[in-house]
Design a binder for this molecule. Structure first.
Ligand code: CAA
Length: 249
């Protein structure tokens, strides 16, 4: 049985993020669901879905692309709520375009939200976790960071980079009771995959051996597994949760 801890879930009001918050709360953790507060419809959906667990899951506005604000806000939250022992970094966006059409803005936006953010969060949290001798960090990467995907040079570069970051940080943290891992979801039924053109999405689903998209809960269960106190010998790993879409060893 894991100790009850304080977890920070970025992208906390998204499809994956909400499922992760709910799962961690069911396991007895307090959860900060951090996300942009600009998307009123997503925020309303999040509050609706987490209402029964509102005492343990709270929304806080955070822009993960802003290094200084991340440091200020994480400091304030730790002063108010206690040490953040678990970081689940699920904030991520796509701006799919083939390279020949990709704007510099689409490149930079994806790298900022999906990759720079990991530095902004970990740079603040890791030294504190080291002082306490405990931490669980899980980065949500992607199968497309492993295989590449048509129209995703930006996203695949960021998600592959995120796992390089994970492996390096895992080595630096290994003697300090902190594990750092990545999960590589395949195509999961969320707003992000619903935005793919229908014919393209159908072709992708047809290529998944289990014959369907994943569910956000598939990812949330894997996060919970990696965040357990007992998962202290798993670090620097990339856990695929993709319905067999990409198999490797
Ligand atoms: N492989 C090879 N060729 C392809 C292709 C593919 N997968 N997809 C399109 N093409 C071809 C088209 O047939 C077309 O050929 P012609 O020029 O000969 O007609 C050409 O490429 C189209 O090129 P365009 O640059 O005009 O592409 P587009 O603007 O029509 O569409 C795209 C580009 C929006 C990126 C579209 O291909 C797409 O949506 N692809 C899917 C991207 C995807 O899977 N995103 C995942 C989002 S979810 C996610 O990322 C979560 C996660 O972690 C898994």
């Amino acid at each position: 049985m894991s100790t009850s801890r304080l977890a920070l879930v970025t992208g906390g009001i998204g499809g994956l993020g909400t499922a992760i918050c709910l799962r961690l709360s069911e396991l007895g953790h307090r959860v900060i669901a951090a996300d942009l507060d600009a998307r009123a419809d997503a925020l309303a959906r999040f509050h609706e879905r987490t209402r029964a667990q509102a005492t343990s899951i709270q929304f806080r506005a955070l822009d993960v692309t802003d290094h200084d604000r991340c440091r200020e806000q994480l400091t304030a939250w730790e002063e108010e709520l206690g040490p953040i022992d678990i970081l689940v970094h699920a904030a991520g966006i796509t701006r799919d375009q083939t390279l020949r059409k990709m704007t510099l803005e689409a490149w930079r936006e994806v790298l900022a939200v999906d990759l720079d953010s990991a530095f902004h969060l970990c740079r603040h949290l890791v030294p504190r976790m080291m002082e306490r001798g405990f931490g669980r960090i899980v980065h949500i990467s992607s199968v497309n960071g492993q295989t590449g995907q048509f129209g995703q040079t930006n996203y695949a570069a960021a998600k592959a980079g995120l796992h390089g970051f994970t492996m390096s940080l895992a080595r630096e943290c290994a003697r300090h009771g902190i594990t750092v891992n990545s999960i590589a979801p395949g195509y999961i039924d969320t707003d992000m995959t619903r935005a793919i053109r229908e014919d393209i999405r159908e072709r992708i689903v047809a290529s998944i051996p289990v014959g369907r998209m994943g569910r956000p809960e598939d990812i949330a269960r894997t996060v919970a597994f990696l965040c357990a106190d007992e998962a202290d010998f798993i670090t620097g790993a990339l856990i695929p949760v993709n319905g067999g879409q990409f198999m490797s060893f």
